[in-house]
Design a protein around this ligand. Sequence first.
Ligand SMILES: [Fe+2]
Length: 275
Amino acid sequence: MRLADAAPEELARLRRVWLESGGLLVLPGQDGLSPEAFLRFCRAFGPLEDNAKYDPDFRLPGHPEILRLGNLREDGRYRSLFVRAEPGDIQWHTDDSFRCPQPAGSIFHCLVHPETGGGTWYAGMAHAMDALPPSLRKRAEGRFAVHSYAHLDEVLRRTNPHRPPLPFAVRRAHPPVVRPLASVHPETGRETLCIPVCHIASVSGPEPDEAAALLDELTAHATGPDFSVRYRWRPGDVAVWDNRSAMHAGSPFDETQPRLLHRVTFAGPDALLSA
Ligand SMILES: [Fe+2]
């Protein structure tokens, strides 16, 4: 399907397929998709966000809804959001779970990509919840996690020294959000795990060591080979994921090679506001 030519009813069908998929829809081969046509496609999924919390240089000029991701540099400065991924250290997350409402979903359009490396991991949290061992489910139910932008910033700055500290005004505008570990998708009604580990500053419970161990055990289960996949990008690929039912994470690539993706996030029902 050529997204640039898709009729409104086709786009509505794609949104239904996306919801039913459990969290990830990939549409390869969209070479030549203009920013305007990409945004038209994105609007079929929900109201678009404006990337106000990012460096304005990272937004596509004339299209603030599009955030540039990758290692694009001009005049010695990054002109895209660059987040380094380290080998063996997969930073599982959903986008902006420290906000409420968080973006319901995110969309990538790959423009330039190295032949190897730089893939994105995805893990289905509704599928993982369905298969959760009863003993682990019992420990997760009724537990809560603190999702913190400041915590994420600390995690990222360990491996991304080029990243400036979060300004106080941004921290103040994004206080931590408390979310249950065992959640319910606000549109499908499916039970999901909500465990974006690099956003989680702490898990509730009287014993901190047990709480940390619980998060580790849930993550090991939910990101195992039965529920996760690494997508290898090629220019022209488009992917839509559901931040309420899928985690994702970057992977390392040769930083001497150019990598550029356009990202859009869109609004929608949040489990916290729909309970
Ligand atoms: Fe992300």
